[in-house]
Design a protein around this ligand. Structure first.
Ligand SMILES: NC(=O)c1ccc[n+]([C@@H]2O[C@H](COP(=O)([O-])OP(=O)(O)OC[C@H]3O[C@@H](n4cnc5c(N)ncnc54)[C@H](OP(=O)(O)O)[C@@H]3O)[C@@H](O)[C@H]2O)c1
Length: 305
């Protein structure tokens, strides 16, 4: 099968190569999925799990990409809830070969049914950004209607989902980002916008829930804005940002079939809009990932026409 591999962390996306790899086999609890569309988060080339397995052994050449939409072609022993020929989407294991390939072996629990009226490219754009937003807002952030949310990077992949889901839940949403992102963040439903390069972040006042996708100094300053009892949830690694009188939670997104179902249902009925910046075929994927222009949103690879 065709697959993109990486072998050298120092090379970043420039080191990606489209090569021939053996088709994966379904182990216990796995299914094999023929991939129609795949999602890739550029920062994953900095994650240790891209380079080593759980015992810290080198696993290169590794296939990056962890989001997929496709069709089940084989079932391993012990799989439940899925059948051959079924359309699915989901989130593959961080430390196994990923989804920038024609096939992937993936545990059945990491997949959900993809309704027939949802395009594969849309399905592949939802798992990481949709589940991160859902889990950060509702599980870790315990968001309640009427609370205020500071949605960092609101024109980005995760931030645009955070903005929409928080609005639907009855929150007041302040988005942040670059100056050029203002209109896009407002279009996704943010009621106010802070241009982090030109506005004063501290002017937003007391916040109930900060959703941090940026970290560093922005994360620290945001922690200072949190009201007593409020929360900061962060997906950008162990952060030093700590609210004075609240809770800080750093988390890594996990697959959840029921939550994927909730997310895709919202896409179908128009409550949630996905944020795809570009769709490229697998043959052009390496060039697409190395493009120099700024493309806020998700880059999706169409693996099978
Ligand atoms: N822990 C987890 O489970 C998890 C899950 C998903 C994502 N993540 C991480 O979360 C981060 C965001 O992911 P994403 O897919 O949403 O990325 P994205 O689509 O690039 O969105 C991030 C947005 O924030 C903006 N931004 C970043 N730094 C900024 C700054 N200093 N000032 C103003 N705007 C800034 C970006 O603009 P520019 O492009 O101009 O910088 C972009 O619009 C990534 O680091 C990713 O690895 C973690």
């Amino acid at each position: 099968m065709k697959a993109i591999v990486v072998t050298d962390q120092a090379e970043g996306t420039a080191g990606m190569k489209l090569v021939e790899r053996p088709e994966p086999q379904a182990a216990i609890n796995d299914v094999v999925v023929q991939i129609y569309a795949s999602g890739f988060v550029p920062t994953e080339l900095a994650w240790p799990s891209t380079w080593t397995d759980r015992l810290d052994r080198d696993r290169t050449p590794s296939i990056p990409g962890h989001e997929l939409a496709g069709v089940v072609t084989a079932l391993g022993y012990g799989t439940t809830g899925l059948s051959v020929g079924q359309r699915v989407f989901g989130l593959s294991d961080w430390s196994r070969d990923g989804t920038l390939a024609e096939y992937v072996a993936i545990e059945a629990r990491n997949l959900a049914p993809l309704p027939g009226d949802v395009d594969f490219t849309v399905g592949a754009s939802l798992p990481i950004s949709g589940l991160s937003a859902w889990q950060g807002l509702f599980e870790h952030g315990r968001l309640q209607a009427g609370q205020s949310v500071l949605a960092h990077g609101a024109a980005g992949a995760v931030g645009s989902m955070v903005t929409q889901l928080a609005r639907e839940a009855g929150a007041y949403v302040i988005g942040t980002g670059r100056a050029a992102d203002r209109q896009k963040a407002l279009d996704f439903g943010a009621q106010a916008f802070v241009d982090l390069d030109n506005d004063v972040l501290e002017d937003v006042g007391g916040i109930d829930l900060v959703f941090d996708v940026i970290g560093g100094a922005i994360g620290k300053r945001s922690a200072g804005l949190i009201r007593a009892g409020g929360r900061l949830v962060s997906i950008v690694g162990p952060s030093e940002a700590r609210p004075a009188d609240g809770l800080a939670i750093d988390f890594v997104v996990e697959c959840d079939r029921a939550q994927l179902g909730e997310i895709v249902q919202r896409v179908r009925d128009g409550r949630l809009r996905t944020n795809i910046s570009n769709i490229a075929p697998l043959d052009d994927a390496v060039a697409a990932f190395n493009a120099t222009e700024r493309r806020p949103g998700k880059q999706i690879i169409r693996v099978r026409p």
